[in-house]
Design a protein. Structure first.
Length: 411
C-alpha cells in the first residue's frame, strides 16, 4: 500500500515538472520586480486564530466576569485554527515558471454546544458538534504559463496525526433530550471517538497512520484585456482566477482508536419532587474507555474559490481590489458545506511595501483582517492581525482574534 501511494505521489510530482520544461520559453517584457526573487525560502510562517461566541475582550478586563444566562439560549461556539509552515523554498525562472517545496502542520478544532443543552430547554435528540484534526504535510509547489493562462499545480502528501470524528460519523457528539410529555425525561448521551496517528515508545516517535494525497490547482487569466474590455473602459482592468484547494485524491487512513462514551440522565421519568427512598438510580453512567482498531478515512477540507483582481486605477498596481466567492466542504462539521465570500484590497508601493485589508466570511466565521508586507531584495516580513467571530455583530467585540507572521529570505 505504501509503495503504491509513493509511486502515485512521484507521478504527480513529475507531471507539473514535465509541463514546466516542455512549455515554450518566452522573453519577459520587463525585469523582475524587487519582490520577485529568483530563489526564496521562508521559515516560521505562522497563522493562529481562535474565536468563541460567548465571551468578549471587555468581559476578561472586568474584575468579576458576569455571565448572562439569557445568552446561553444561543449556544456556545468555539473554533481554533493553527497553520504552521516550518520551511519552504521556491525557485522562480525568468521564463515564467517556478518550482519549490513546502512543509506544513495544520490543526483544526470545533466545539459547538447547542443552546438547548446550556439553557435546559425542551428538545428531542438535539446534536452538538465536537470534532478536530491535526495534519502534517509536504507539497510540491509549481507554476507555469500555457498561452495566456497562469497555472498553479501543487500536489501534496499528508498524514493525519490526530482526528476527533464529527457527529456525522457517529459516534462523536452530545445528544440531548428533555421531554415533559411523559414525566420528566432528561438525558445527555456523549460519545467521542479519538484517533491517534502516531506512537511514542522508548522516546521514539513514529507515525502509524497511512498517508493521503490531495492537490491544489489554480488558473489565472487576464480576462478584461483579452476580450478588449480594458481598451473600451480602461478602469475595468482585471484578472479572473479559479482556485481548487485540497482536491481529495487518496484519503489518509487511521485505525488506532479510543472511544469515550457515557450518559447523564435516564430514559425513564425523573422525580424531581417527592422522590421515593427506593429511587436510588444514578443519573450518571459511563462505559469503560475502549481502545481498539477501527478504520477511518480522513480528507482535508476542500475549497473552491473564484476571484477577480481588479486594478481600478487604470491598470496601475497601486491599488488592487479582489472580490471572492466560493464554498468549502469540511467533514469536521455535521453540515459539511459552507459559503466562502469576501472583499480584499491591497495598496502596493513599488512592491517594497504592501498594505492589505479585507472582510471575509471564511471557515464559518466573519473575519476583518489587516496586514503589512515589507519586501527587500534579500529578505521580507509579513505581519497580519484579524478580528473574527461566528456572528456578524460580534466581530469588533474581541470574541475572536487571529495573528499571522512570516519571515522570508532570497536573492
Amino acid at each position: 500500500m505504501k509503495k503504491s501511494v509513493l509511486m502515485i505521489f512521484l507521478f504527480l510530482l513529475l507531471v507539473p515538472t514535465f509541463c514546466v520544461f516542455a512549455q515554450k520559453k518566452t522573453k519577459n517584457k520587463k525585469p523582475l520586480a524587487i519582490s520577485d526573487r529568483s530563489f526564496e525560502f521562508g521559515i516560521a510562517c505562522l497563522d493562529v486564530n481562535l474565536a468563541n461566541s460567548f465571551l468578549s475582550t471587555s468581559d476578561f478586563l472586568k474584575e468579576v466576569i458576569i455571565i448572562d444566562l439569557d445568552k446561553l439560549a444561543d449556544g456556545f461556539k468555539f473554533n481554533l485554527g493553527i497553520n504552521v509552515t516550518p520551511l519552504y523554498f521556491i525557485h522562480r525562472s525568468k521564463e515564467g515558471w517556478g518550482i519549490g517545496l513546502s512543509t506544513g502542520i495544520d490543526a483544526i478544532g470545533v466545539l459547538n454546544i447547542s443552546g438547548n443543552v446550556l439553557s435546559i430547554n425542551e428538545a428531542i435528540k438535539d446534536n452538538s458538534d465536537i470534532s478536530g484534526a491535526v495534519f502534517s504535510s509536504v507539497a510540491l509547489n509549481t507554476y507555469f504559463t500555457i498561452e495566456k493562462v497562469k497555472v498553479k499545480y501543487n500536489p501534496s502528501m499528508y498524514y493525519t496525526l490526530a482526528y476527533v470524528t464529527p457527529p456525522k460519523r457517529t459516534p462523536s457528539s452530545l445528544i440531548y433530550t428533555l421531554d415533559y410529555s411523559d414525566g420528566t425525561v432528561m438525558c445527555i448521551d456523549y460519545a467521542v471517538r479519538i484517533y491517534k496517528g502516531f506512537a511514542l515508545e522508548d522516546n521514539k516517535f513514529s507515525i502509524t497512520s497511512n498517508p493521503g494525497l490531495d492537490f491544489t490547482v489554480g488558473f489565472e487569466y487576464p480576462l478584461a484585456k483579452e476580450i478588449g474590455l480594458t481598451d473600451i473602459f480602461p478602469i475595468l482592468d482585471f484578472d479572473l482566477s479559479l482556485d481548487l484547494i485540497n482536491i481529495p485524491f487518496i484519503p489518509s487512513t487511521m485505525s488506532d482508536c479510543t472511544l469515550i462514551k457515557g450518559r447523564i440522565g435516564r430514559d425513564e421519568p425523573i422525580k424531581l419532587i417527592n422522590k421515593d427512598d427506593d429511587d436510588d438510580g444514578s443519573l450518571f453512567s459511563s462505559d469503560d474507555i475502549f481502545k481498539g482498531k477501527k478504520l477511518v478515512q480522513v480528507s482535508r477540507p476542500f475549497r473552491m474559490l473564484v476571484k477577480a483582481d481588479w486594478r481600478p486605477l487604470f491598470g496601475k498596481k497601486l491599488l488592487t481590489v479582489t472580490p471572492i466567492i466560493g464554498f468549502c466542504h469540511s467533514d469536521l462539521y455535521y453540515k459539511p458545506v459552507s459559503l466562502e465570500a469576501g472583499l480584499n484590497a491591497c495598496l502596493n508601493f513599488g512592491d517594497w511595501l504592501l498594505l492589505k485589508t479585507g472582510f471575509n466570511y471564511t471557515e464559518r466565521m466573519f473575519v476583518n483582517s489587516f496586514g503589512i508586507s515589507l519586501n527587500a531584495k534579500l529578505f521580507g516580513v509579513d505581519l497580519g492581525v484579524d478580528l473574527r467571530s461566528q456572528t456578524f455583530s460580534k466581530i469588533w467585540s474581541g470574541a475572536g482574534l487571529g495573528v499571522n507572521f512570516g519571515l522570508k529570505f532570497g536573492w
